[in-house]
Ligand binder design. Structure first.
Ligand SMILES: [Zn+2]
Length: 339
C-alpha cells in the first residue's frame, strides 16, 4: 500500500508529536465546501439520541495545547442513570459503555494502534483529500496497522473501535475525540460546520444484537386473516420474537416443539386476557401483558428441529432480554383452544 504523499509524517506518531507543539492549531474560518462521498457522525445514535459536540475545536486546555479536534458525547437527559464524575457522565453530557465509534466516510485504515491516549485510528479517505482521526478507543474493531500496510477498507458507518476514555485524563470520562485533517495531522480543521451536513446513523452493533438476525414483519389487524408466512408455521417447531412496532422494544420470545402457529397466535387472542388465561403461569395477581394488539407489534419467527426449540428460546431470552418474559417461566402449554 503506497504512502499518502499528503499525509505528513507517520500518522498517529506524527499526531502525538504535533500535540506537544506550543503553537495553537491554525484557524480555518473559511466556509468549507462539503466533502464528496457519504459522511456520517463518527458516534452513532444511542437509543435514538444523536451525539453532540461536548468540547469544540481549538478550546483552551489548562497546561496543554489547544484542542485539535472535537469531543463527541450525548447531551445529558434527566432520566440518564450516569452520575456526574463517573467515566459515563459529566455535568452536561453522557457516554454509555460499549458504544462503537464508526468510520466517518469510506476509506482505508491508515493506522490503528495503541497510543498514550488510548487506541487511535486514522482513516485515509482518498480520493477525497482528507483523513479522519479517532482516539480514546478502549478496543480496536479494525486490524492494527501502520502506514496502511493492512490495506483494510472501511465503509462510512462501519464500527472501527469501542469508545473509551483517555488514560491520561484524570477524570477518565468516556468520549470520542475526532479530528478531520485536510492535509495531515498538522492541518486539522474545525469539522463542526461540515458535520452539520453529515448523517447520524443507528448503532450498527445494537441493531445486530437487537434483531438477532431476524426479519420482523407486521401481522395485520385484529380480525384479518393471518399472513401466509404466519399460517405456514402450522405444525412446525421453532421460535418467535414479538416486538413493539413503535419503540422496537422486544416484548416477548417464545417457542414451540410442534405447534408454532398456535403458540404464537394465542398472543393476539384478547379473550385470553379476559379469561385470566395467563394467570396460572405467573405469580398471583401478576399480569405481564402477554396478549398484544396485533396492529401494535411486529413478529419474527425461525424454524428449528423440535428438540432444539426450547434451547433456542432460552438462548434468545438471554440475548434479547424481552420485556415480558419472566425468568424461570414454564414451557408454553400445548393445549386445545376451548371453543
Ligand atoms: Zn478531545
Amino acid at each position: 500500500m503506497r504512502a499518502l504523499p499528503w499525509i505528513v509524517g507517520g500518522g498517529v506518531a506524527a499526531y502525538v508529536l504535533t500535540r506537544s507543539r506550543t503553537a495553537s492549531s491554525p484557524a480555518h474560518p473559511v466556509a468549507l465546501a462539503p466533502l464528496s462521498g457519504r459522511w456520517v457522525w463518527p458516534v452513532p445514535r444511542w437509543n435514538g439520541r444523536a451525539p453532540v459536540i461536548s468540547d469544540g475545536f481549538d478550546s483552551p486546555r489548562a497546561g496543554l495545547p489547544r484542542h485539535g479536534g472535537v469531543d463527541l458525547m450525548f447531551a445529558r437527559a434527566a432520566t440518564d442513570p450516569f452520575k456526574v464524575g463517573t467515566p459515563n457522565g459529566s455535568k452536561g453530557c453522557v457516554m454509555p459503555d460499549g458504544l462503537s465509534a464508526v468510520a466517518a466516510s469510506d476509506g482505508v485504515v491508515w493506522s490503528a494502534s495503541q497510543t498514550p491516549q488510548g487506541f487511535a485510528v486514522v482513516i485515509d479517505h482518498t480520493p477525497v483529500k482528507a483523513a479522519t482521526f479517532y482516539t480514546h478507543l478502549e478496543k480496536l474493531l479494525v486490524a492494527p496497522t501502520m502506514s496502511a500496510k493492512s490495506g483494510e477498507r472501511v465503509r462510512a458507518g462501519q464500527p472501527i473501535g469501542v469508545i473509551g476514555a483517555s488514560p491520561l485524563d484524570g477524570e477518565h470520562l468516556k468520549h470520542l475525540h475526532f479530528e478531520l485533517w485536510l492535509g495531515g495531522p498538522s492541518d486539522r480543521i474545525d469539522p463542526s460546520s461540515l458535520m452539520r451536513g453529515w448523517e447520524t446513523i443507528t448503532d450498527p452493533n445494537a441493531l445486530v444484537a437487537r434483531n438477532a438476525g431476524f426479519t420482523y414483519r407486521a401481522i395485520g389487524e385484529s380480525g384479518d386473516a393471518y399472513p401466509e408466512w404466519i399460517r405456514a408455521l402450522k405444525g412446525k417447531a421453532g421460535v418467535y420474537v414479538i416486538r413493539d412496532l413503535e419503540s422496537r422494544e422486544i416484548v416477548y420470545v417464545g417457542s414451540s416443539a410442534g405447534r408454532l402457529y398456535d403458540t404464537l397466535t394465542r398472543h393476539f387472542q384478547t379473550w385470553r386476557r379476559w379469561k385470566g388465561f395467563w394467570r396460572g403461569q405467573y405469580g398471583e395477581g401478576h399480569d405481564p401483558g402477554l396478549t398484544y394488539p396485533r396492529n401494535a407489534v411486529e413478529v419474527a419467527a425461525r424454524l428449528t428441529t423440535p428438540a432444539k426449540s426450547l434451547d433456542e428460546e432460552m438462548r434468545l431470552i438471554a440475548r434479547l432480554k424481552p420485556r415480558d418474559n419472566l425468568i424461570g417461566q414454564v414451557e408454553p402449554v400445548e393445549e386445545v383452544i376451548p371453543f
